[in-house]
Structures are given as structure tokens and as C-alpha cells.
Design a binder for this molecule. Structure first.
Ligand SMILES: Nc1nc2c(ncn2[C@@H]2O[C@H](COP(=O)(O)OP(=O)(O)OP(=O)(O)O)[C@@H](O)[C@H]2O)c(=O)[nH]1
Length: 305
């Protein structure tokens, strides 16, 4: 087989961001890719799937793998998510360790630093200070020193440390440069223009989940799963999706009085899906109770975990 041609000096490979929930990994992925591919929310642990975004540049290609937040597992789902995170860390060419500028480095960050030190080995590690738009220069300077201080964790060493703001775009392209510098020379891994290889159905399910999570109480996020059951093409694409919850009381919350909440969820999700697919969509949502699905291996498989 002949090697496909690629420009002299071209680099390509995989990168992932790790860090506590809510530190801005998904938002950073989107800022680098320049289009919404990973879902974001102000609630922790909303990213369940390793969604890839592809950054296309003249000098290289970066494939971003967005992992769920690592956490202390309490359920079978928690354990599986942690496995996904660790496998991802071991396979990529560079890891970006994210801590937010608006919070002091704490036990959660040190826990992850310790786990990283065990797994990362020779994988280059870049320290990323996120959300720099939220604080002043003195705080940023202090946080950079603190982040550097994490290098004291045995086995942990940062190749680079960079402050960024995904919201304002500040230093996002510098971060892309630094990540790309760690990639091996090689041809593009994805065709130009491709931003994500996540199947459309997964992205649609994530849009519905994101919409369903908006404005709900804290206990619900972990209990919600969405499965796209059917997509019937036509002049208007009909999508049938099921929202799974763990208890009847949660079903009532999702549906809302007289179905009002579910209607809003449908409208919000449909707008996103139409924007992604560039066509009119009819979205049918159904809410079902799957008792304690997070603890049941059979149900977890059915829901795609
Ligand atoms: N001001 C500001 N807010 C940000 C920035 N990046 C992310 N956020 C906000 O921080 C919250 C969490 O961002 P996410 O990107 O969902 O965080 P995450 O680390 O992917 O979270 P998980 O998916 O739970 O692991 C959201 O409300 C974002 O809008 C930033 O650069 N500046």
C-alpha cells in the first residue's frame, strides 16, 4: 500500500482534556474545533461519550477526544465512565490537564493529578488554566504557579502550561499550536471539513439530554439517558427518541404540568438538531422509567454504555 501524500512537516494525532467536572473541557473542545460538537452545560458530568472534534490546520490535524469527568465511582455507570477515561488517557498523543482559573486547586485536582501520574507515563502533558476571563491577572499568575506546583506529584511533569479562555477565544490558537507540536508527523486522519465522527444519532441523543437537563434539580442529571429509537427520512425528518429516567417521580418532572416542560425540551432539542443537519425535523419524545438503570448491566448495555 502506498502512503497517502501529505505536506512536509504535517503532523496528526489525538489529544484529550482531563480535569474535574465543569472545568470547561467541552467548551474548550468546541472553541478549538470552531463548531458545537460536544454538549456543554453548567451541570457536572454531562459528557458521557468520547466525542471527537477535528481541528483542521494547514500544518496538521488534531483529533480531540472529549472524555467524561473522572470521579469517585458509586455506581456501575461511574466505574464504566472511569474506565473510559483511563483508556483514553493511555491512547492519546498528548493530554491537556485543565483547571479553572476561578477556583483554587483543590483535592479533586490533586486526585486527578495522582491518577494521571500513574497512567500517563511518557504521554506529554500540557497544563491548561481555563476560564481566564473570569479573573484578573494577579489571580491568573497565582494559579499558574499553583498549577506548576502540581508537577511535584511524583511522575507528573508538564511539557507546557498555558492560560486560555474558551469564551473569549484568548490563547485558544496558541493551545492548538502547543498540542499540535506534540503530534507525530503523519497524514491527516480525517477528510477535510469533518468535525466529528460521532454518529448523528448519538449527537441527537445528546442534544435531547442537554435540553432535558436544563433547569432541573441536582439529582436528575445522573438519572437521565436518551436513546434515539428511529429516524425516518422524508421532506421532514422524523426522529423518535426515548428519555429514560429511574423513577416515576422523575418522569413527572421531565414531562411537567400538562406536558409543558417536555414540549419546551422538544423545541430546544429540535432547533439544535435542525441546525446540525440543515433540514426540518419532527421530533417525537417519549419518557420512560427504567428502574435503577445505572446499577443494572443489562440496561446499561441497552442504553449504550
Ligand atoms: N466564563 C467562562 N465560562 C466557561 C469557559 N469555559 C467553560 N465555561 C462554562 O463552564 C461550564 C462548564 O463547561 P463545560 O465545557 O461543560 O465543562 P466540562 O469540563 O466539559 O464538564 P463535564 O462535561 O461535566 O466534564 C459551562 O457553564 C461553560 O459555559 C470560559 O472560558 N469562560
Amino acid at each position: 500500500m502506498t502512503q497517502p501524500e501529505f505536506p512536509e512537516g504535517f503532523r496528526s494525532g489525538f489529544a484529550c482534556f482531563v480535569g474535574r467536572p465543569n472545568v470547561g473541557k467541552s467548551t474548550l473542545t468546541n472553541a478549538l474545533v470552531g463548531q458545537k460538537v460536544a454538549i456543554t452545560s453548567s451541570r457536572p458530568q454531562t459528557t458521557r461519550h468520547a466525542i471527537r472534534g477535528v481541528v483542521h490546520r494547514a500544518d496538521g490535524q488534531l483529533v480531540l477526544v472529549d472524555t467524561p469527568g473522572l470521579h469517585r465511582p458509586r455506581t456501575l455507570l461511574g466505574e464504566r465512565l472511569n474506565d473510559v477515561v483511563r483508556t483514553t488517557w493511555a491512547e492519546v498523543d498528548v493530554v491537556g490537564f485543565c483547571v479553572p482559573a476561578d477556583q483554587a486547586i483543590g483535592p479533586g485536582d490533586r486526585f486527578i493529578a495522582g491518577e494521571l501520574a500513574k497512567i500517563v507515563g511518557k504521554t506529554p502533558l500540557i497544563g491548561v488554566l481555563t476560564k481566564t476571563d473570569l479573573v484578573g491577572p494577579e489571580v491568573i499568575a497565582q494559579r499558574l504557579v499553583d498549577l506548576q506546583g502540581l508537577s511535584g506529584t511524583p511522575g507528573l511533569e508538564f511539557t507546557e502550561i498555558v492560560p486560555v479562555s474558551a469564551s473569549s477565544g484568548h490563547q485558544v490558537s496558541l493551545l492548538a499550536d502547543l498540542l499540535l507540536a506534540q503530534m507525530p508527523p503523519g497524514p491527516p486522519l480525517y477528510p477535510e471539513g469533518e468535525l466529528s465522527d460521532e454518529p448523528e444519532t448519538t449527537m441527537i441523543a445528546e442534544f435531547v439530554r442537554e435540553a432535558a437537563l436544563e433547569g432541573v434539580r441536582d439529582e436528575l442529571p445522573h438519572s437521565l439517558a436518551v436513546v434515539v429509537e428511529e429516524m425516518s427520512p422524508g421532506k421532514v425528518l422524523t426522529v423518535r427518541a426515548e428519555i429514560f429516567v429511574e423513577r416515576p417521580s422523575q418522569k413527572a418532572i421531565v414531562i411537567g404540568r400538562g406536558g409543558s416542560r417536555l414540549k419546551d425540551v422538544g423545541t430546544r432539542a429540535r432547533t439544535q438538531i435542525e441546525a446540525m443537519l440543515g433540514q426540518k425535523v419532527h421530533l417525537d419524545l417519549f419518557v420512560k422509567v427504567a428502574k435503577d438503570w445505572q446499577r443494572d448491566p443489562r440496561q446499561l448495555r441497552r442504553l449504550g454504555f
